[in-house]
Ligand binder design. Structure first.
Ligand SMILES: [Zn+2]
Ligand SMILES: [Zn+2]
Length: 542
């Protein structure tokens, strides 16, 4: 064997010029085999599968393996068969058609088996059937007595035999249920446990002969079902765990209740309102700093700006709608606004109390002036279990006449999972605000203080105006889908941050004679604007 030639031809295949200049065609059969074996090993190495796993495979197996990993057709069926006939726990992503296809083969073989006409055969019991030689000539998968026995069993029982692959697949699925159940019960699991459990499960179900639950099998099983080693984030007691299961039941029951309502009232709109606190200066908890630095200190305009907040009350509905007016409560030391104050942007309803926390008084204001503006004829109000929201009589008295409205309170403690605003709106809103506040501190600390009431309102107003754009309808529908109220997932659309601060901000500000860099994209005119033109001067194009 000319080893030098083998390597040269390999190098040439990968685009290197070397001497001697040897092409694949010049190698003899053995050399070509070695070259492709080396090539596949190299490719397999790139997949990150530990080398001791794949060196155990024969040439044929690794070839089929490489083809499956990197695409391409297996040259002959024979090769495929040979690779899979060597019994191992190796299992591939089985298509669902696979088993029915297999059933068909067996059914055809059985029909042929029964079609024999050998009345002269000595053994009377075997008359009317075909011999192994005949069978294997016709059906290649019948290789010996073992398959003939399976065929006879099939003839008498009527149940088609299953291949090892099918059995392994069944085992994988049964095992998944076992493991997921253990995870749900908060039991600690490791690879070694998986092996023991898989073997035990196999014995219990009596599925696969000689099943060893090799590390290869475990590796693939974990990959298929998305299981990986994770750091434990919390240890909980058994009682807490049980409570969690109960909580889940309550949540599921509530979601089903709402879904039943939606099915019974197809023209009704499910509307979700919730309050969310936004710090006057909402700052990112991360920043770039020199490596190894112990203290990372970041400027803030005042310490009270970081602890004091505004309360916002956004509202979204399951058809992707959004309340065009944003309710904001801010704190004033006297509980009243000063007599002289700059005008409030038109899409903001601003009120104040001695603190930013909403009480009965401001809740009434909210329902009287904001909540039921442009309300659909029929709707279901989805509110959390906050004390004020539970007093339905206080809310119903503000219902606009001629509307049919129902109120449902989301069970306490369940909002993070089944409140649409918590699921995919409030957090996204804060990410956007944080981005703006961070930028203001860097670039406009002396001219634009974000903690100032007037500036806060400008920012809220501009963001809310952008959020109301119809391109974000799928984002809001998604919030309801993720909570389980809707069964159909809306098409994936870019997030608020991706749209506002993404590609569209490239270049200079589009305002006349402004040469500042673009910071945000206006979703309506789709042009970049600088921070001051968009927020301080409140860019509006429609
Ligand atoms: Zn615009
Ligand atoms: Zn500008």
């Amino acid at each position: 064997m000319r080893l030098q030639w083998v390597f040269s031809s390999l190098a040439k295949q990968h685009g290197c010029t070397v001497t001697p200049d040897v092409s694949d065609g010049q190698l003899d059969r053995e050399e070509r085999k070695l070259a492709s074996r080396l090539d596949e090993l190299a490719k397999l190495h790139l997949t990150g599968i530990p080398s001791h796993v794949f060196v155990r495979f024969s040439f044929k197996q690794s070839r089929v393996l490489a083809l499956k990993l990197f695409g391409g057709d297996v040259e002959s069926e024979e090769e495929e068969e040979m690779a899979s006939s060597e019994e191992s726990d190796l299992e591939w992503e089985g298509e669902d058609e696979e088993s029915t296809e297999e059933d068909k083969h067996w059914a055809a073989a059985l029909a042929f088996y029964k079609s024999g006409n050998m009345s002269e055969r000595a053994d009377k019991r075997k008359r009317g059937t075909r011999s192994l030689t005949e069978m294997s000539k016709m059906y290649r998968f019948i290789r010996g007595e073992k398959e003939m026995r399976l065929l006879r069993e099939y003839a008498s029982s009527g149940i088609a035999p299953k291949s090892r692959t099918t059995r392994l697949k069944e085992l994988s699925e049964a095992f998944r249920d076992v493991v997921f159940d253990m995870m749900d019960h908060g039991l600690p699991l490791h690879d070694t446990d998986l092996r023991t459990l898989a073997i035990r499960e196999n014995q219990k179900q009596n599925l696969v002969k000689n099943f060893k639950a090799s590390s290869w099998w475990v590796h693939h099983w974990k990959r298929r079902y998305g299981v990986s080693s994770r750091k434990v984030t919390k240890f909980v007691t058994r009682k807490h765990k049980v409570d969690k299961t109960k909580q889940k039941e309550i949540e599921d029951k509530f979601v089903q209740e709402i879904k039943a309502y939606m099915a019974a009232n197809p023209s009704s709109v499910v509307l979700n309102y919730d309050q969310t606190g936004v710090q006057k200066e909402l700052r990112s908890q991360r920043t770039l700093a020199r490596k190894g630095e112990k203290k990372v200190e970041v400027l803030a305009s005042s310490s009270s700006a970081l602890t004091h907040s505004h309360t916002l009350m956004p509202g979204i509905d399951h058809t992707g709608g959004i309340n065009k007016t944003l309710f904001v409560q801010t704190a004033e030391p006297s509980g009243k606004f000063p007599t002289k104050m700059p005008p409030v942007p038109d899409n903001i309803y601003l009120t104040c109390g001695t603190s930013h926390i909403m009480g009965y008084k401001t809740m009434e204001e909210f329902f009287a002036h904001v909540a039921f503006k442009d309300l659909p004829q029929e709707c279901l109000l989805l509110l959390d279990s906050w004390g004020c929201f539970r007093k339905h009589s206080e809310i119903t008295k503000h219902f606009p006449p001629g509307h049919s409205i129902e109120i449902k309170n989301i069970p306490a403690g369940a909002t993070s999972r089944i409140q649409p605003l918590d699921m995919a709106f409030n957090r996204q809103l804060k990410v956007v605000i944080r981005r703006i506040h961070d930028h203001a501190i860097i670039a406009h600390a002396d001219t634009f203080s974000v903690a100032k009431r007037e500036n806060s309102m400008k920012i809220f107003s501009q963001i809310h105006w952008a959020f109301c754009h119809s391109r974000f309808i799928p984002n809001r529908v998604f919030a309801f889908y993720k909570c389980g109220y809707i069964d159909i997932c809306p098409p994936r659309s870019p997030s608020y941050t991706e749209v506002l601060f993404g590609e569209g901000t490239k270049g200079f500000c589009s305002s006349y004679a402004c040469r500042a860099a673009g910071f945000v994209m206006c979703v309506y005119c789709e042009k970049p604007y600088c921070f001051l033109c968009y927020f301080q001067n409140m860019h509006r194009c429609c």
